[in-house]
Design a protein around this ligand. Structure first.
Ligand code: SAH
Length: 251
């Protein structure tokens, strides 16, 4: 493209088309105005997860509000892999890290799952959503991952849609190597499930093993930290059967 693309990128939750006015939320106005020192008349890139990415002009901006005018579509929306990450919440910083990196790795949804040995008692869903949105803005994604409601492992499995294959990372060596599993997948919807730092309970692995929609997966001969396991599994799946097989269409 001849024109350079705007450096600042924002997710907005409104439809995007030429000539419309997009109101900025308080946080975004604050970020643009006070953090990035942007001014009315400058350009930003915006996306909403549905209408692709747009070049937009900042029409008005104060510390607490403002508006944008989308002018031109820079990239169309494209289908993305249907790849979920289900993870046992970790300590705050490690959870932030997993959410940020999994968003960069292209997960379509993120779901906190409480297992027997999960230490964290709850998750801060607003914080997860903000981290996912910021990571998506920064990595040039055209969508932000959906946040699934936090669930116990038991309920998650009881309500499971069997058309989605559940790949659970089994640190006990009960699973086939991930490359072998990935090469047998045929474009179906996927979910990666990673246990907490304390690992899965034996009863949980026994229950998972019996489920027709679940596959045990191994990530090599070393025990990985939960965050490493999540990101390693996602990278392997994107490379073998996800969108790392495509040549990127950057703007
Ligand atoms: N405390 C456990 C380790 C848990 S590691 C123990 O010492 O045995 C945290 C999670 O990462 C595990 O529940 C599993 O989902 C994943 N994981 C770590 N290493 C793995 C490996 N080599 N293969 C598959 N999954 C692994």
């Amino acid at each position: 493209m001849a024109q350079t693309s705007p450096k600042l990128r924002l997710f907005v939750d409104t439809p995007l088309s030429e000539g419309m006015e997009v109101a900025l939320g308080r946080d975004q106005a604050h970020w643009l105005n006070t953090v990035m020192r942007a001014k009315a008349g400058e350009e930003v890139a915006v996306f909403n997860g549905r209408d692709g990415e747009w070049r937009a002009e900042i029409a008005a901006l104060t510390k607490s509000g403002g508006s944008l005018h989308p002018a031109e579509q820079l990239r169309p929306q494209r289908p993305e892999p249907d790849l979920w990450l289900l993870f046992a919440p970790l300590k705050k910083d490690a959870t932030d890290f997993v959410v940020e990196k999994a968003t960069e790795l292209g997960v379509s949804a993120l779901g906190p799952v409480f297992t027997r040995h999960t230490v964290a008692q709850r998750v801060n869903s607003e914080r997860l959503a903000a981290n996912a949105r910021e990571a998506a803005e920064q990595c040039e994604r055209l969508s932000i991952p959906r946040l699934l409601p936090p669930e116990s492992l038991e309920k998650l499995l009881a309500d499971w849609d069997p058309t989605r294959r559940l790949l659970y990372m089994d640190e006990t060596g009960g699973g086939a190597p991930i490359a072998e599993v990935a090469s047998g997948l045929d474009g179906q919807s996927l979910a990666v499930l990673v246990g907490p730092e304390g690992g899965f309970a034996k009863s949980e692995l026994d229950a998972l093993r019996d489920l027709p929609f679940a596959t045990a997966v191994g990530l090599g001969p070393r025990i990985l930290r939960a965050d490493t396991a999540a990101l390693a599994a996602l990278a392997c799946l994107q490379a073998w059967c996800g969108d790392w097989r495509d040549r990127p269409a950057f703007r």
